[in-house]
Ligand binder design. Structure first.
Ligand SMILES: [Zn+2]
Length: 231
């Protein structure tokens, strides 16, 4: 007999997992793939930085900033470098972490949970930070993955303009693909600066999203996982 509370959590998660679900107020879910142009990699990283620098300089000029000022003159280059090499580096599949798997020699057949993976991303609607913690879990189907690789997968998908719902599902799909199993779970609890530093200016709210695949769809597995995630 499944407790009513767990059944409710299960139903809510099923709804979130529905790719077509519309979530949030102005943060509409936009599909699993990050929307990219076909010719996204026609320009080299070097060329991209050059163009972004010119364009960002124009934004600053339009805002009325004095680009001859010592403190400001390096900003367009800094922003361009930061966009391409750091905070949006996950747009380029060439930067995807290389994953090696190991045989599950330990015969460990319960869930493995990597919790409190801290990450930084950016909201694709406002280009301001999203940051928080991701918790990922899987049940081995014969292979195991190095623990730090779980962090790297989270960081790779976070290094894109994102919506939290898509980030959650992209991490889950990648884990399913790599580990050859449906039995993965991803929970993200994050703060959106577009909610706290502007607009509604709510300082305290966080957003939670989840993906429960395969065996993690069972209410008792959800309850077990949530128990591990309790502080
Ligand atoms: Zn936003």
């Amino acid at each position: 007999m499944i407790p009513e509370k767990d059944l409710k959590i299960f139903k809510v998660n099923q709804m979130i997992n529905d790719f077509n679900t519309q979530v949030g107020d102005d943060h509409l879910y936009t599909g699993l793939e990050t929307p990219m142009k076909k010719d996204a990699f026609k320009l080299s990283d070097k060329e991209k930085k050059k163009r972004i620098s010119v364009l960002f300089e124009e934004i600053m000029e339009v805002l009325g900033l004095d680009l001859t000022n010592d403190s400001l003159k390096g900003t367009p280059n800094r922003v361009a470098k930061m966009y391409v090499d750091e905070i949006f580096s996950g747009l380029n599949p060439a930067n995807k972490p290389k994953i090696t798997l190991f045989d599950n020699n330990y015969q460990y057949n319960q869930m493995l949970v990597e919790k409190n993976i801290s990450f930084h991303s950016n909201c694709e609607h406002h280009f301001v930070p999203i940051f928080g913690k991701a918790h990922v879990a899987y049940i081995s189907a014969g292979k195991v993955i190095g623990l730090s690789k779980l962090n790297r997968i989270v960081h790779y998908y976070a290094s894109r303009p994102q919506v939290q719902e898509r980030l959650t599902n992209q991490i889950a799909e990648e884990l399913k693909h790599i580990l050859g199993t449906e039995d993965v779970a991803v929970i993200i609890d994050a703060k959106h600066l577009c909610v706290s530093s502007r607009g509604i200016k709510d300082e305290s709210s966080t957003t939670i999203t989840s993906y429960y695949g395969g065996k993690f769809g069972a209410p008792e597995k959800i309850a077990e996982l949530q128990n591990y995630l309790k502080d």
